[in-house]
Design a binder for this molecule. Structure first.
Ligand SMILES: Nc1ncnc2c1ncn2[C@@H]1O[C@H](COP(=O)(O)OP(=O)(O)OP(=O)(O)O)[C@@H](O)[C@H]1O
Length: 335
């Protein structure tokens, strides 16, 4: 049976006007996300992950343009009225950002921040909202939830604030949660707890999740599928296990080779791939990774390449992909 995806992105482009020219932050990206599925989006800093997530939500910076088709539950997200957008944001689609300190309102108690959305979108009364808020804090592992409801954000640790942010994002029972580098601002032990929590609630609620990270180890074991992004384009897409076990794109292969396993220093900078992303205002016409690729050939400089299937659920945009031999097994329990 062919089930329609929950989220379908077709030929999405998001260009941003800057003093140094037009930044082609997202340049023809297509992807799908099914109901209840977790999709990882990985790639180096600057590859376009955040702009893509925001473009999907219709949150574009000033002097920017967006094209393509984004449908969510069959509705065209890019053509929604402001009223319909507000109905979907935070309700059917929720986002968790990097820095919970900046996403929470510092002068409003946790209870109000948790209950505002559900009272507005779900129409629940004050006492029902209070009970739901308590249950949500329990679900995300906040101890002594009664007391925490009365707290202001500054009275909690960073990890606790991010748990509260996740509770807020779940309050309206979204069908899709977009988590953009949700743990970067936290220390390593807390990072792991929060990432595991996200995967747990995603599974228990049968909710779709887009987990964005520059770190492959973050999405390993916590997502069903992964899209590897490079310079505004998708380099490789497939089931997380297959992409990690048998990376076919030279970029994914290099990234995996550069990813420290759990036994290595977790904050070692990933500087193993020499070179840097191309200038986003004038990327190469051919494969954008070609200038850094050790296997680039003349045809890599011709326009393209497009994603092509190399397995049941595995596609790669590379004219000279890696011959499949597993290079290493990343700890699939993640960090
Ligand atoms: N508001 C903006 N104005 C101008 N350029 C921007 C803006 N936001 C992003 N960019 C540019 O768009 C490109 C993609 O940025 P984006 O933030 O999506 O990358 P990313 O993969 O999410 O990286 P990071 O993990 O560092 O956020 C980069 O070249 C970035 O400099």
């Amino acid at each position: 049976m062919n089930v329609e995806p929950l989220l379908e992105v077709q030929n999405l482009r998001a260009y941003i006007g800057t003093a140094r020219g037009t930044v082609r932050a997202v340049d023809d990206v297509s992807l799908t996300l099914d109901k209840g599925q977790a999709l990882g989006i990985v790639g180096e800093s600057g590859s376009g992950k955040s702009v893509m997530a925001r473009a999907i939500m219709g949150l574009m910076p000033p002097r920017s343009a967006r094209s393509g088709v984004v449908t969510f539950g069959g509705r065209d997200l890019l053509a929604l009225s402001k009223k319909d957008k507000l109905e979907i944001w935070g309700n059917q689609i929720a986002m968790v950002f990097q820095d919970p300190g900046r996403s929470l309102n510092p002068v409003v108690r946790v209870e109000r921040q948790l209950t505002e959305g559900m009272r507005r979108h779900l129409g629940v009364g004050r006492s029902e909202a209070h009970d739901r808020a308590l249950r949500l804090l329990q679900e995300v592992g906040v101890p002594d939830p009664e007391r925490r409801l009365r707290n202001y954000p500054h009275e909690m640790s960073g990890g606790m604030r991010q748990r509260v942010m996740i509770a807020i994002s779940l309050a309206c029972e979204p069908e899709l949660l977009i988590a953009d580098e949700p743990t970067t601002a936290l220390d390593v032990t807390i990072q792991r707890q929060i990432l595991d929590l996200l995967r747990k609630v995603q599974r228990e609620r049968d909710m779709a999740m887009m987990l964005i990270s520059h770190d492959l180890a973050v999405v390993a074991g916590r997502t069903d599928r992964v899209s590897v992004m490079y310079s505004g384009r998708l380099a490789e897409v497939g089931s997380t296990r297959e992409v990690f076990d048998e990376p076919r794109h030279r970029y994914t292969h290099a990234l995996l080779g550069a990813t420290p396993t759990i036994d290595h220093a977790r904050h070692a900078p990933l500087r193993v791939i020499s070179g840097s992303l191309p200038d986003p205002t004038s990327p190469p016409t051919g494969c954008r990774f070609a200038p850094r690729c050790t296997h680039a050939q003349d045809d890599c400089l011709t326009p393209g390449p497009e994603l092509a299937s190399v397995g049941t659920d595995h596609s790669v945009a590379c004219l000279h992909p890696v011959t499949p031999t597993p290079i290493k097994t990343l700890t699939l329990s993640g960090r």
